[in-house]
Design a protein around this ligand. Structure first.
Ligand SMILES: *[C@@H]1O[C@H](CO)[C@@H](O)[C@H](O)[C@H]1NC(C)=O
Ligand SMILES: *[C@@H]1O[C@H](CO)[C@@H](O)[C@H](O)[C@H]1NC(C)=O
Ligand SMILES: *[C@@H]1O[C@H](CO)[C@@H](O)[C@H](O)[C@H]1NC(C)=O
Length: 245
């Protein structure tokens, strides 16, 4: 028979593992319309238990993962299933043909919530990115944790100030997403490529400043690290990701 000390050690370490490794993502739809969130694991990280699901207004859904983990979340809008049974979305579509994205990312323009979770009391990193454009307002609120753990939010509707040359419109002419200048024009100056491939040679542009002006806490272009867009938190129990915060 095992000694009580060994048994309690096993329970203690199981407890430690659970509390230090499990991170719960709660995705909430605060928009007045349905949103179909998508999830994508990063390189070497396990796929989450769901890669896509539907949230009616006010609904939320939780997923857990174990650190180390990296990946991203986004929202899809204007989704429907056609006569042949193929599911697609007007924005953020992952082109899987189904509600589950199954390893495919969201097509730009799409607002992203990005995470790198670490173990052993290290710092998780999280951020909101408009580098691939904007489709939905979104926020990240860490739950508990220490050493930072600030909320990052992009609550503004960038679509409402999107310049015509970046705008994606629906059939009625409403702006439903706003492209990055890189996606719209493909030029090195906007994409931070070729002679613009360093933070020093790729300063903000009149286009990235539109995104930054609306959502100062989100990345507005590839080298937008200067201004506290990357957030850190040590050992939170999880994160709440809200669309239309
Ligand atoms: C995501 O997870 C799946 C399943 O675990 C895996 O096949 C895939 O390689 C992962 N993606 C990346 C980029 O590592
Ligand atoms: C941004 O600058 C470019 C040229 O530098 C100009 O053609 C374009 O109209 C400007 N766009 C906005 C939205 O200011
Ligand atoms: C940081 O953001 C603030 C508020 O959006 C802005 O006024 C300031 O110019 C930014 N600084 C840099 C270095 O981008």
């Amino acid at each position: 028979m095992e000694s009580p000390a060994l048994i309690s050690s096993i329970f203690f370490f199981t407890f430690l593992l659970r509390t230090s490794l499990a991170t719960t993502f709660t995705i909430k739809n605060n928009c007045p319309y349905t949103v179909w969130p998508g999830t994508l694991n990063g390189s070497g990280s396990a796929q989450l238990s769901s890669t896509g699901f539907q949230l009616s207004p006010g609904e939320s859904f939780s997923l857990s993962t174990s650190a180390p983990w990296s990946g991203r979340f986004w929202g899809r809008t204007g989704c429907s299933t056609d006569a042949s049974g193929r599911f697609s979305c007007a924005t953020g579509d992952c082109a899987s043909g189904a509600v589950a994205c199954n390893g495919a990312g969201g097509n730009p323009p799409v607002s992203l919530a990005e995470f790198t979770l670490v173990t052993g009391g290290g710092q998780d990193n999280y951020d909101l990115s408009l580098v691939d454009g904007f489709n939905l307002p979104v926020s990240i609120v860490p739950q508990g944790g220490s050493n930072g753990c600030q909320t990052t939010t992009c609550a503004a509707n960038v679509n409402s100030v999107c310049p015509a040359e970046l705008a994606v419109k629906d059939q009625s002419g409403n702006v439903i997403a706003c492209k990055s200048a890189c996606e719209a024009f493909g030029s090195p100056q906007y994409c931070c490529t070729e002679s613009y491939s360093t933070p020093q040679t790729c300063p903000p542009t009149n286009y990235s400043e539109i995104f930054k002006g609306q959502c100062p806490q989100a990345y507005s272009y590839a080298y937008d690290d200067a201004n506290g867009s990357l957030y850190t938190c040590v050992s939170p129990s999880g994160y709440v990701i809200t669309f239309c915060p």
